[in-house]
Design a protein around this ligand. Structure first.
Ligand SMILES: [Fe+2]
Length: 239
């Protein structure tokens, strides 16, 4: 690992301190919701009664700045089903196709995705992970909803972050949709969320939505990790 990548790893593994989070509202400790300070803490999603685990973290500032300045036309929009060890060779040709220039910063992004893919695979007991890295410039999934999965990991590398509601407001948000005026939570910038969907069991599933951005001129870069399913692409194989 090069020094800049080692530095990114050390930074990623450093628990987030309050001074790093002055731009983010504190997340209340509520029923079913946990906040953690390390990647390993995401495993708390397997604890009974836990519906959402948020890893509060910061990316290396140089990586965040690079992501924010990327030409929108080169933001990736891809999907691949991989074993964690194959993430880099699977992803790099797809990033080339999208026009994302290779270099130290792209290496850091692939490293970060790789660490999350590995963590997700271990925590969910998955041999392969369905990786979606998407450019979003519209109101995707604007409705409050629960995902039809057992578990899903999301993070936003660029742009506004995923919005969600506490379990107590879940029914109200689903019923009222755009008219909902109750408490609304928002992931911190670059935070990682691992949450349960409605396949995890009765009364399970965090209600959430994509932030409305249509007409704002903003573009998001959104990562979503799932277990392999019938809608996954064919497994990636080395050419
Ligand atoms: Fe969703």
């Amino acid at each position: 690992m090069t020094s800049v990548r080692q530095r990114a790893w050390d930074f990623a593994m450093t628990p987030v301190t309050p001074e790093h989070r002055v731009d983010v509202e504190p997340v209340a400790s509520m029923h079913g919701v946990r906040t953690v300070e390390t990647r390993d803490g995401l495993a708390a999603i397997n604890d009974p009664g836990t519906e959402l685990v948020i890893w509060q973290r910061s990316l290396l500032p140089s990586l965040g700045n690079w992501l924010d300045r990327l030409d929108v036309a080169t933001l990736p929009h891809l999907r691949v089903l991989v074993q964690p060890g194959d993430l880099r060779p699977a992803l790099e040709p797809l990033l080339d196709t999208c026009g994302m220039t290779a270099g130290d910063m792209r290496d850091l992004l692939v490293d970060d995705i790789g660490w999350l893919v590995s963590a997700f695979a271990i925590i969910t007991g998955s041999e392969r992970v369905d990786v979606r890295l998407e450019r979003v410039d519209h109101d995707a999934c604007w409705k409050f909803h629960r995902d039809t999965v057992e578990a899903r990991l999301v993070t936003t590398y660029r742009g506004p972050t995923t919005e969600w509601v506490q379990m107590a407001q879940a029914g109200q948000a689903i019923a009222e949709q755009k008219a909902y005026q109750g408490p609304l939570e928002r992931l911190g910038v670059h935070d990682v969320a691992l949450f349960k969907g409605n396949c995890a069991g009765p009364n399970s599933g965090i209600v959430h939505r994509s932030p409305p951005i249509a007409g704002t001129g903003l573009s998001r870069l959104f990562l979503c990790l799932n277990k392999q399913s019938e809608v996954s692409p064919d497994p990636w194989v080395k050419a």
